[in-house]
Design a protein around this ligand. Structure first.
Ligand code: G3H
Length: 542
């Protein structure tokens, strides 16, 4: 749809009675939180959750109230920490000492209860963050698949650990053990999926967790708390609400957090890590900022490059850490690429998340439309142009995508992670220009190369694999498949988060060893034969 003014966008927002009945929502006012196996009630301050979806009414456009949730304080955060520390009990608690098979059984029960909440969670995903219905369903289903795959990966790891090794006269059994108390914080753009890609492996490996839902995408976790409460021993999963800047430092400064896992900003991760008094005791598993570049070479299949760049830059309005956030295009194909890209952008359908075929939806971060407008205006003041008609038109939480060209050094769009529907395009003559851009960047997650000359592609692969963690050829940047390693260099990540790697990230290899003597063999045989230990065991999970 070509948008020429903001009133066209304003007309896309519905009145309350135009919301299809199956997606209507009654405000959900959460007044409880999960600590130590109890849903505790809260009568303190709360914060309203306002949807990116605005409704038309007598006062014009207003963000729809989705509900509210507790703003708990340091006190509740420390109670949650006490509960997690007690449940871990220095590795002697019920959960960290439970057999892997029994832990998996708890998780399978959890999946069953999670599935019962699918419709509610999907509806909340749409209302809280404006994700399309199709993508919200995908996020839920992908998360369930991720949990099943994680269980399978854990079985494989456990099977590999179910045998003894004999080397240099030493008998040993090597397994993975938990790390302790994990503080887990997810992002707003994949509030369910990305939170669970750390939370679930952390739990499965025998850790206990403090879980702080993201600022946008909080309420959708509420219907799942009862499943956590009933499927795991008390204190294994505890929730933290309230302002992160107030409660999280207290937790880090306590020195009792063993693993910080955060999918969010490198600035926040950097400052939180420094708050821990015993830095060597803290493990960090982080997925952070990125400014992935697309590079369109002179011999690229322009149609393919446009198709993949559309997906890469504008899926979920560009709000993906893996999004392509800047495109370098060789000057010889720049005109053709920009014309086709602009045409395709203007075919996108903006609308409400539940509308069939909708691709551009309202943005959840209240300041984002103004920020994106500032970026575009600043680029224009320095000589860039919005190439597509209607690009950058804003109405309330809606921003129609803008293709901005030529972007250059010194503009916000050149280095800042815009995390929204603005596509900066930079022309280049010499391939050293985009390479130098990537080398001098603070980020190092992924890159996409578009071309057909195998010599040139190969000559880019070799330097770029040492700058980023995934080089995509004629394909957009993305995290999946979830069995592929997902990580980044520099300020983009710490640790790796594929299905199997995440299990490793939240555990440590531990060995039980003895000298290969008759006496020791008899001891091992007795322990194993009589099933006296969970760790020292040859039990095999099928
Ligand atoms: O926000 C970052 C997500 O991990 C992106 O995942 O590439 O599968 O959309 P995705």
């Amino acid at each position: 749809m070509t948008v020429s003014n903001s009133s066209q966008l304003a007309n896309l927002f519905p009145a309350e009675d135009q919301i299809p009945v199956e997606y209507q929502i009654q405000p959900l006012h959460q007044r409880e939180y999960l600590i130590n196996g109890e849903m505790r009630s809260w009568d303190g301050p709360t914060t309203d959750v306002l949807s990116p979806v605005c409704l038309t009414g007598p006062n014009g456009l207003e963000r729809k109230l989705v509900g509210s949730y507790p703003v708990t304080t340091d006190r509740e955060a420390l109670e949650a920490l006490d509960a997690a520390v007690a449940a871990y009990d220095n590795g002697r608690g019920e959960w960290p000492t439970m057999s892997v098979g029994d832990r998996i059984a708890c998780m399978e029960r959890f999946i069953g209860k999670m599935l019962e909440q699918k419709t509610t969670v999907v509806n909340l995903l749409m209302w809280e963050i404006g994700k399309t219905l199709g993508d919200s369903i995908k996020e839920f289903d992908r998360t369930v698949t991720y949990i099943y795959d994680t269980i399978d990966a854990l079985k494989d790891i456990d099977r590999a650990g179910s045998r003894f090794k004999i080397e240099e006269g030493i008998i040993g059994q090597i397994r993975r053990s938990p790390l302790g108390v994990v503080l887990c914080m997810g992002p707003f753009n994949y509030p369910l999926n990305e939170t669970y890609t750390t939370l679930i492996p952390a739990i499965l490996m025998g850790n206990t967790v403090l879980f702080k839902p993201p600022k946008h995408g909080t309420l959708l976790h509420y219907p799942l708390l009862e499943a956590f409460r009933t499927c795991f021993p008390k204190g294994v999963v505890n929730t933290i609400y309230g302002r992160g800047a107030n409660v999280v430092p207290t937790l880090m400064q306590s020195g009792r957090i063993n693993v910080l896992t955060l999918i969010g900003s490198s600035r926040v991760a950097d400052s939180l890590k420094k708050m821990h008094p015993k830095s060597n005791r803290l493990r960090a598993v982080l997925s952070l900022d990125a400014k992935n570049a697309g590079i369109v070479l002179p011999d690229a299949d322009v149609e393919l490059a446009v198709k993949e760049c559309m997906l890469g830059t504008l899926s979920f309005n560009g709000q993906r850490c893996t999004a392509i956030k800047i495109i370098w295009v060789h000057r010889s194909v720049a005109d053709q690429f920009l014309r086709r890209l602009s045409e395709e952008v203007n075919k996108l359908k903006p609308g409400m998340p539940w509308e069939p075929g909708v691709q551009i939806t309202p943005l959840p971060e209240p300041q984002k439309p103004q920020y994106l407008t500032d970026c575009i205006r600043e680029a224009e003041a320095q000589g860039a142009t919005v190439m597509n008609e209607g690009g950058g038109v804003v109405e309330a939480s809606f921003v129609f995508p803008a293709v901005v060209y030529p972007v250059q050094k010194g503009m916000k769009l050149y280095r800042e992670e815009q995390f929204g529907p603005v596509i900066p395009v930079v022309p280049f003559d010499d391939i050293e220009e985009p390479i130098d851009y990537i080398i001098t960047a603070d980020h190092g997650q992924q890159v996409s190369i578009f071309g057909t000359d195998t010599g040139q592609i190969a000559s880019l692969i070799d330097p770029l694999v040492n700058q980023v963690s995934r080089v995509n050829i004629n394909a957009q940047c993305q995290r999946g498949p979830d069995t592929f390693p997902f990580t980044g260099r520099k300020d983009s990540a710490e640790g790796t988060l594929s299905v199997e790697d995440a299990l490793r990230s939240f555990s440590i290899r531990t060995v039980v060893a003895t000298k290969n003597t008759d006496g020791n063999k008899a001891i091992l045989n007795d322990i194993v034969g009589q099933h006296k230990s969970q760790f020292l065991s040859t039990n095999f999970i099928f």
